[in-house]
Write a protein that binds this ligand. Structure first.
Ligand code: IMP
Ligand code: MG
Length: 171
């Protein structure tokens, strides 16, 4: 039904490297890591344990998929942050950037609140699926335009618990 695209050991090795990069980028500050529910949660909890400087975490929930595998193109804010991000160093932690529409929407929403800095860390990047140009500061893996699940990512709420990234066989 599915094949493994990125095994668990490659995921953890790369998350460790990203954590080191983020540690160096933000040394001397206390960044706020903003995780996007629900898919980004598994990545965030591993990533934060590979960051060795003090930082805060917060969550918001967006939706552009209604249980399917294609973006609907309309992004909705389902639940907002608890933190005032004005003057903060904010790092958006995303599981995957596909069309880029979600990230474009989120950047706009957060920029209005005037953070001191706003960067993006995405575990997975579907380069060829991009519809809008969005900058990603820290990328885990560039992947082909296939629908992937596992390590937080779901298909219709299933497969989030897989310890690896797998490709869903849509046939
Ligand atoms: P975008 O707005 O098209 O960039 O989509 C971003 C969001 O769609 C991600 O945060 C995921 O929640 C979801 N998504 C995109 N591609 C996949 C995939 O291959 N598997 C699971 N979820 C995905
Ligand atoms: Mg997501």
């Amino acid at each position: 039904m599915r094949e493994i695209l990125i095994p668990a050991d490659r995921l953890s090795a790369r998350v460790l490297e990203l954590g080191h990069q983020i540690t160096e980028t933000y040394r001397g500050t206390t960044p706020l890591l903003v995780s996007i529910l629900k898919g980004g949660v598994v990545f965030l909890t591993d990533l934060m344990r590979s960051i060795s400087i003090p930082h805060h975490i917060d969550f918001l929930q967006l939706s552009s998929y209604d249980g399917g595998t294609k973006s609907t193109g309309t992004v909705r804010l389902l639940s907002d942050l608890a933190t005032d991000i004005g003057g903060r160093d904010v790092l958006i932690v995303e599981d995957i950037v596909d069309t880029g529409l979600t990230l474009q929407y989120l950047r706009k929403q957060l920029e209005i609140r005037q953070p001191k800095s706003l960067r993006v860390c995405a575990l997975l990047n579907k380069v060829e699926a991009r519809q809008v140009d969005v900058h990603i500061d820290f990328v885990g893996f560039d992947i082909p335009s296939q629908f992937v699940v596992g390590y937080g990512l779901d298909y219709d709420e299933k497969y989030r618990n897989l310890p690896y990234i797998g490709v869903l066989d849509m046939k």
